[in-house]
Design a protein around this ligand. Structure first.
Ligand code: ATP
Length: 365
């Protein structure tokens, strides 16, 4: 096993800069997830670590050894892609054993390792089958098993679950997490799925347009996003974004004043008159049924109900702010008696309000 360190990695393709200023260090044994929208540079970073791509500049270390000029096959990394190409004429056992046979590992060792890997991925009963006799999820587990059996220093996974249907994806995701808990190989996992990032990662690296936006553990990135891109990317339903103008007493949201307490007014002083985007997550909005129940450090906003979606344990309400095109997601516990067209007063928890510069997306507070 090994740590992985990237120092100021840049990759340019002709005149397109795919990634730049990429620096981070993954401690030995941790599971890191690279996440971001399509084209943000995730795969380029992963392929650079694998040795399938050469950095235009910067340094890559695996286990403190400089890897820039080391060919892919000598890097002792194993990579699994979304299209888990298994050898169709080989059984599951032969597929898992293949990499070890190529490296002339002792037969008995191979046998033991195949069994161990199959056990940890619940594949024991399938060892004699050929890939076409397996489901997609089983095939992907074999591909994972083949990579793990090689006992690489680093495990690289590029959207390994994206070809699976929703249920299989959830199951395989949980297995992958358990597998990492068992074997503890340093892992870099690429996805554009924020749920996978949140559930699997020790640390998440959020990327946008080839640059790192934020690095942190899932909870702290969710609770304390560095900018509007990160804030909007993580969370389902996503964070609500309300365009507003900063004023002395609060924020003007399409003609409604969202009043804020004096402590926040002081923070806002430098930004008066500025266009901002207010960010608030659906779980930090409540329905204000009784004016006496207004809690401290909250602000009121009038909206009109558009859609009510009962989800069993909770209800998702989509509501519009009058005189604007803004739609808000509100998540409330249990069932509610609401209908499209109802007028509501919402209470926004200002302890969880983010304010972003509407031009740059930078966080103001
Ligand atoms: P996706 O989620 O769609 O796979 P990604 O985040 O993995 O995207 P990359 O595949 O790393 O993104 O691509 C980053 C940028 O570099 C994109 O703008 C892409 O078009 C560009 N790029 C990647 N590979 C090449 C290449 N071989 N030649 C030219 N441009 C490339």
């Amino acid at each position: 096993m090994a740590n992985v360190r990237l120092e100021d990695i840049k990759r340019r393709f002709n005149n397109v800069t795919a990634i730049e200023d990429i620096s981070f260090e993954i401690p030995d044994g941790e599971f890191w997830v690279l996440v971001g929208p399509s084209g943000c540079g995730k795969s380029t970073i992963l392929r650079t670590i694998a040795g399938l791509e050469t950095a235009t500049s910067g340094k890559l270390f695996i286990g403190d050894r400089l890897m820039n000029n080391i060919p892919a096959r000598q890097r002792d990394v194993a990579m699994v892609f979304q299209n888990y190409a298994l050898y169709p004429h080989m059984t599951v056992a032969e597929n898992i054993a293949f990499g070890m046979q190529m490296r002339k590992v002792d037969r008995k060792v191979i046998q033991d390792r195949v069994l161990n890997v199959a056990r940890s991925l619940s594949l024991e009963h399938l060892l004699d089958r050929k890939p076409k006799q397996l489901s997609g999820g089983q095939q992907q587990r074999v591909a994972l098993g083949r990579a793990i059996a090689r006992q690489p220093q680093v495990f690289l996974l590029d959207e390994p679950l994206s070809n699976l249907d929703a249920q299989l994806r959830d199951d395989t995701r949980a297995e992958l997490k358990q597998l990492h808990q068992n074997v503890g190989i340093t892992t870099v996992y690429v996805t554009h799925d924020q749920v996978e990032a949140m559930t699997l990662a020790d640390q998440i690296v959020v990327l946008n347009r080839g640059r790192i936006q934020q690095i942190g553990d899932p909870q702290s990135i969710y609770a304390n996003p560095a900018n509007q891109m990160v804030a909007s990317f993580l969370g389902n339903p996503p964070m609500n974004i309300l365009p507003a103008i900063a004023q002395y007493e609060g924020f003007n949201v399409s003609g409604q004043l969202l009043e804020i307490p004096t402590t926040l007014q002081a923070k806002l002083q430098l930004h008066q008159g500025k266009s901002v985007d207010l960010g608030i997550r659906p779980e930090h909005i409540t329905i204000n049924t009784d004016s006496a129940a207004i809690t401290e450090n909250s602000a009121l906003l009038s909206v009109e109900v558009k859609v009510v979606e009962p989800l069993g344990r909770e209800t998702l309400i989509r509501a519009s702010v009058p005189d604007s095109s803004v739609l808000l997601n509100v998540q409330v516990g249990g069932a509610v008696r609401l209908h499209p067209g109802d007028r509501l007063s919402l209470q926004l928890d200002l302890n969880h309000l983010f304010v972003f510069d509407s031009t740059t997306g930078d966080r103001i507070f």
